[in-house]
Every structure is written in C-alpha cells, then in structure tokens.
Ligand binder design. Structure first.
Ligand code: ATP
Ligand code: MG
Length: 578
C-alpha cells in the first residue's frame, strides 16, 4: 500500500510518485525496459488510449488512462487520445466531448495528439485494397448467420466460404462497388483470407469490412462500409507510430490477428499488443451497455448520477482526480482478473480529503435544543480550526446562541447502556462551545415526537473545556438556529445490493439487484453560516457525518445541495490493519 504522502511534487510542481507500484513496476514496464535495452523502437515509447465514443468513461477506463498516459510520462514518451469510432450506429458527439473532459479532469494531456479512427478510413481502405491484391482478402456473400455456421467451433474446424476463391479482379470490383453503396446492408463483407482450420477462431477468415448505410458523426454519409475493430485497430496504431498497444485481456486471443494484419501488409517497426486484466469493482457494473440501460430506463438521473461508476458520476459525487489516480496506482496492473473492493476506492478519497477538506458543522436531521439558562438574544462567536490535520488552513468563527440544532440521533429518551450522547440528565460537550445537560423534553401532544430538548449549560466550560476536570463522554456537533442556513443533502449507498450484479446467473437481469435505497434525500438540513460562500464543487468534512461535495448541477445559493461522498467510517483501513 502506498500512502498519498508519497506523492511528491518536483521543482516544476509536477506530481511524481516514483515509489508507487501499480503502473510503474508492472510487467508492462518490464517489457518497455527490455525494448529500450534492445533499442526495438529507437528508444521511443508511444501509447494511446482508444475509447469508443459510445458511452461515458467509467472507473475501469480510468485504470487504462492512468496506465497509458502514466507509462508514457514515466518513460518520456507520448500518449495519444484516439476515438475508436468505427461503428456509427452507436456513437455520438456527446460521448466524444464527455471523454475529452474526463481525461483532462483526471489530469492527463494529449497535446495536439487527438485522433479518430475515422481519420484513417481512406488509408484503411487503401490497405484493404493492398490485401486484396496480395490475395489475402476477399469479398464474401455469405450472410451473417451462414458465416457463423461456416466458422465451426472450438472442437471442429471451419468450412471455407464458396466465395473464397474469387479472383483478385472480381474482389477489387466488388469491394469498390461495396464502397460505392451499390449493395444492401448485410449482403456482403470483406474478409481476411487466413485459415478456416486454425484452432484460434479469430483467425478463421475474420470480417474486415461490413456494409452499413449509416451516418457517421464525423464523416457523415461519405462511407457506407465500415472497418471492424480487429482490422482498424492495428493499422490505426501503426499509422500513429504506437509502440506499445495496451488493451484488456479479452483481446489476448485477438493478438495473432493483430500481428497478422501488420505482417500481411509487410509493415515495418510495428506496434505490439500487450494485455492486462480489466478492473472489476464490486457492487456496481462497468459495462457501457449496462450503464446505458440504467440511464435510458431512468434508474439513475443520468451518466453523471453520483451513484454511477462513471468518471462524471464520481466527479459529481465529489471524488477528486488525485484520489482516482491514487486508486489506480494501488490496484496495480496484472495479468489475472480480479475484483477490487469498492471500499478501497472510498478509502482513497477519505485519505485525500482528510488532509484537504475543511471541517464544518452541519445537522442532517435536526431537532431543536433550547438552553434555558443562556441569556436570550446573546450571541458568542467561537474560533474553530478548519482542519486539525493542517494548521495552515486557518480557522473561522462559529456563532453560538440560546437555541441550537443537534442531530435527532444524538438524543435518546431511554438510552441503552454505553450511550454517550444526550439523554435526560446526561451531560455532553457541544464542539467548541459548552457543556450542556438535558433537563426535560417537550413532545408533540398528538404524535409524541420530541420537538424541543431543554438543557442548561455550564458557563465555566467555555470553548468546550472542562472547568473542573469532570469528564463527558460525548461531543456533539450543532448549528445555531438563528444563524443556520438551509440545505438539502443526498446520502448514497451502493447502486446494487449484491457484490456481483453483472453476473446475471440463470437468466436473471442485473437490474433485479438494483438497491432501492441507494439514494436518500434529506431536505431539511441545517448548515453553519460559513458555508454561505461555498463554491459549487467544493468539498467539506461535516463533523461526524462524512465528506460532502456541493453539487454543481442545479446549484442555488438559497438551498444548496450537498452530495455525501463517503461516510467517515473506513472499512478498508480496518481490513488493512488486520
Ligand atoms: P465496455 O466493455 O464497458 O463497453 P470497452 O472496453 O468496449 O468497454 P472502450 O471504449 O473500447 O470500452 O475502452 C477503451 C479502453 O479502455 C480500452 O483499451 C479498454 O481495454 C479499456 N477498458 C475498458 N474497460 C476497462 C476496465 N474495466 N478496466 C481497464 N480497462 C478498461
Ligand atoms: Mg471496446
């Protein structure tokens, strides 16, 4: 485990974390080291992050972003942002824009190197012609289900397509007519001519191009044939001069095909594909298809719903880029798939905010306390440190008066043993203020609900200090009634009730496991007046209640909304200690 203190800033103010394991001492770094030694790429390291703009980025993508940009930075190399936009039906500019925003927010720069696979449609087409001319690709008229049938299985070899023996001339003519839009969707494809009996199904004459009369978000109606990922990817990497093409493990079986295209085209100084295990996180789903469903069907308020594992959701929830980068370093990079406990992510944001977030007082579920022996109309201002972890963050003054709010939970009429908060006859400390003792309560006659708690205070305990060495066990947070500001607070729980909602065993739907209590809205919260000038997006520790972020979406000064990022209790820290 690495602590955030190990992040150091160099003279240029850049963050360096040379001691971090994860990205930097991974098996991928070992490969790079060897390539450097053998001068394979003339000392160059060039990676890319290649999202498909068919959804918003999630925390799994953050791992890939930290890895690709991180390795480039660490090895004085470059990392491109490339939109892998080869399927116009699912892609959209909204996604292109959100992806750029998210990568930048995470703290990475692509400078002028933002590309699109669609930039290369012309060159991909030319390379396809070259493969046809070399007798390595052919136009096939089998329909999709026939292609599947001819492909065979893991135990049976495939069957060759009857169109496999078309002449080069015929293939060139048909491929051009495909491009010119003469044929219907699904009527023909271009396939690589490899080996129908290969034990690797990906090598059994994979499809390179399909016909799709669809408008592309960048190339419009210029094209009606679109390249498949397996063909477009290695060529795009080659065109950009990528050296290390890092992707997730499910592409391991595609690597021979990746290499085949580059070799068949007799290209030099080719990129190499390296696979790593994708991030899985419990209590959430990470597939874009599933996240899209949650958005479309209204199970969440949008891609940036603070319960979503998307970067935009985490940002709105109050996660900082530093905490996400720290998380990505800690989980490391490996070849075997595993699931990471979401408690680790929560631990990372707590550690970050512990040193940076100002402490303030807010009462989430208020009940009124009246201090009967405190002079009516009097107000005292108490000094309070903003962050005990960092004296340089200064202090502020908080007003105290005869009527204050405390949490309903902090009073109990018939307390169980070891209840250290307020109860009839019991004495507690009000943080920074005074000791108070509960004398009696006033209840609503009809409902029996406690509406006022009457107390007396000890004037000698000013500042919350014991006057005579007597001890109180409980210290409560509070807000002065006449100075309190109104706020709304959203409390969050996991989006799903089970650790592995994506599994969908026995035909179950992942949405069956949605947590109906993942959002609790508290609309009558009272916060201390210093928060009047809080900026949207700023983060605080509400004493005893957790870390909160002032929501930027729909911000209003009259009734600000705070999202709870995490509670204070850290289950991960406990695990680590054990
Ligand atoms: P999904 O399966 O959710 O649709 P994807 O892999 O299709 O995701 P892309 O947009 O193609 O999404 O992903 C861009 C890059 O991010 C790829 O290199 C991919 O390997 C990587 N990536 C996606 N999900 C994860 C994950 N959970 N952990 C690590 N890397 C990931
Ligand atoms: Mg993908």
């Amino acid at each position: 485990m690495i602590a955030p203190e190990e992040y150091k800033n160099n003279e240029n103010g850049e963050e360096t974390n040379s001691s971090a394991p994860g990205v930097y001492s991974s098996f991928i770094q070992d490969i790079i080291d060897k390539d450097m030694e053998s001068n394979k790429y003339g000392g160059r390291v060039h990676t890319r992050f290649p999202p498909e703009p068919n959804g918003y980025l999630h925390i799994g993508h953050a791992k890939s972003i930290c890895l690709n940009f991180g390795l480039a930075k660490r090895n004085s190399g470059l990392c491109n942002l490339r939109f892998d936009d080869t399927n116009p039906v699912k892609e959209d500019v909204e996604y292109v824009e959100s992806i750029q925003e998210d990568v930048k927010w995470l703290g990475f720069e692509w400078d002028e190197r933002m590309f699109y696979a669609s930039d290369y449609f012309g060159r991909l087409y030319d390379y396809a012609i070259a493969l046809i001319k070399a007798g390595k690709a052919y136009v096939c008229d089998l329909k999709a289900d026939q292609i599947r049938e001819y492909r065979g299985t893991l135990t049976e070899p495939g069957k060759e397509s009857p169109y496999r023996t078309r002449t080069v001339e015929e293939n060139l003519e048909l491929f051009e007519r495909m491009k010119n839009g003469e044929f219907e969707d699904g009527s023909r494809v271009l396939r690589a001519k490899i080996d129908m009996s290969s034990p690797n199904l990906n090598m059994r004459d994979p499809v390179m191009y399909r016909i799709m009369h669809a408008t592309h978000h960048r190339t419009g109606d210029k094209w009606c044939i679109y390249p498949m990922y397996d063909y477009a990817h290695p060529i795009s990497d080659y065109i950009e001069g990528i050296t290390h093409s890092i992707c997730t493990l499910e592409f391991e079986d595609h690597r021979p095909l990746y290499d085949w295209f580059l070799q068949a085209l007799e290209l030099k100084e080719c990129p190499q594909q390296i696979e790593f295990a994708r991030l899985n996180l419990n209590y959430t789903v990470m597939s874009k298809r599933k996240l899209l469903q949650l958005v479309k069907e209204g199970h969440v308020s949008g891609w940036d719903d603070p319960r979503m594992p998307t970067i935009s959701g985490l940002r709105r929830r109050g996660y900082t880029p530093e905490s996400i980068r720290d998380f990505c370093d800690r989980i490391g990079v490996a070849k075997t798939t595993s699931t990471v406990d979401i408690a680790l992510l929560e631990h990372c944001i707590r550690e970050d905010l512990n040193i940076r977030a100002p402490r303030v007082m807010a009462v989430l579920r208020p009940v009124k306390v009246i201090i009967d022996n405190y002079p009516e109309g009097q107000v005292e201002w108490f000094q309070s440190e903003n962050n005990p972890e960092d004296p340089s963050m200064g202090s502020r003054s908080i007003p105290f008066s005869r009527e204050i709010y405390i949490e309903q939970d902090d009073f109990c009429e018939n307390p169980p043993k070891k209840y250290f908060r307020l109860a009839p006859g019991a004495e507690v400390r009000l943080k920074h203020a005074y000791f108070i003792r509960c004398e009696h309560v006033v209840k609503d006659e009809k409902t029996g609900e406690i509406i006022e708690i009457h107390c007396t205070y000890d004037p000698e305990s000013k500042g919350g200090n014991s006057p005579d060495g007597r001890k109180v066990k409980g210290t409560l947070h509070w807000v002065s009634v006449q100075h309190a500001l109104d706020a709304e607070i959203r409390l969050y729980d996991h989006l799903f009730t089970v650790p592995n909602p994506g599994e969908e065993k026995d035909g179950a739907d992942f949405k069956d496991n949605l947590n109906p209590a993942s959002l609790e809205l508290l609309s009558n919260c009272k916060i201390e007046p210093s928060l009047a000038d809080a900026k949207p997006g700023s983060k605080f520790q509400f004493l005893r209640m957790g870390y909160f972020s002032l929501d930027e979406v729909g911000y209003s000064k009259e009734k600000p909304i705070f999202n709870r990022i995490v509670a204070l209790k850290d289950s991960w820290a406990k695990i680590v200690k054990m």
